[in-house]
Design a protein around this ligand. Structure first.
Ligand SMILES: [Zn+2]
Ligand SMILES: [Zn+2]
Length: 268
């Protein structure tokens, strides 16, 4: 009887191994699909909103030179974004492998008392990511690194919703490494991790709309002073030496890279 139980146990363990055995390339393939789907859904949704619902962007005559140029740069952005997907999916597959080995700090259980920590961890990671992004972004603009790390992101001027994920492979690797790194260092609930990834995607899309879509109001001016949006990042795509941040404006203010005329032009 005992033998039978042991045998059944072994059989179950074998089956379990078969079903959940960490398979790095399977993870990579699945995440390629998820991230690619997320990119096309977000970018096409924002593009549709700009051109149709909000109607702020006039649709160019199909055969005009400007329309051809616009579609060429959009195709370039999409190609580079697909390449970025491969690197971000590699980061996600590494995360899954680390999770299977039990070496990440990501956890799934939570209690209502943890709400304070969940909110704090979310904010702390956004602040850390903003800091990391600001300084790596400035490095990428050094003449020695620009071609290898960042040139592709600046091809379209002004940016379009397809541009937010158009990163050179080296830049995609650098940003994906940060996300993997925090999961190894900071205890994060899986829900917070997903919230951070969604925030990053939606915020970066908003930064690359190429124009201000939120009507000017007292509130939007206040947010515009402290948080980065389409108008703030548009300055970076026309003047490469200004506005390097991702979420917040304080690093640009502290480091003196905030455009002196920005407030007068966009926030008054
Ligand atoms: Zn950009
Ligand atoms: Zn840049």
């Amino acid at each position: 009887m005992e033998n039978q139980d042991t045998h059944d146990g072994d059989k179950k363990a074998d089956m379990n191994n078969f079903w959940i055995q960490p398979n790095f390339w399977l993870y990579w393939f699945v995440f390629c699909g998820i991230i690619m789907g997320g990119y096309f859904l977000t970018a096409s949704g924002a593009y549709y909103l700009l051109h149709s619902t909000i109607g702020k962007v006039p649709t160019l005559p199909l055969k005009s030179k400007a329309a051809q140029q616009e579609s060429e740069t959009m195709v370039g952005d999409i190609k580079l974004s697909v390449l970025s997907v491969i690197f971000f999916a590699l980061g996600a597959a590494c995360f899954m492998a680390c999770y299977d080995w039990g070496i990440t700090q990501v956890y799934t259980h939570w209690k209502i008392q943890d709400m304070g920590y969940l909110a704090c961890s979310y904010i702390v990671v956004l602040l850390l990511q903003d800091t990391y992004f600001y300084f790596t972004h400035r490095l990428f603009h050094l003449p020695l690194l620009f071609k290898w790390f960042h040139q592709g992101h600046h091809v379209s001027r002004p940016p379009t919703p397809w541009t937010f994920f158009a990163l050179e492979p080296m830049e995609a690797f650098t940003q994906a490494s940060f996300l993997l790194g925090i999961t190894l260092i900071i205890p994060l609930h899986v829900g917070v991790l997903i919230a951070i990834l969604l925030t990053m995607t939606i915020w970066a899309t908003g930064n690359h709309l190429g124009l201000q879509i939120i009507p000017r109001s007292r509130q939007s001016r206040w947010w515009g002073q402290w948080c980065i949006g389409a108008s703030h990042h548009l300055v970076h795509h026309s003047r490469f030496t200004r506005h390097y941040g991702l979420y917040f404006t304080f690093w640009d203010r502290i480091m003196g890279t905030q455009d002196a005329t920005y407030k007068a032009r966009f926030l008054q």
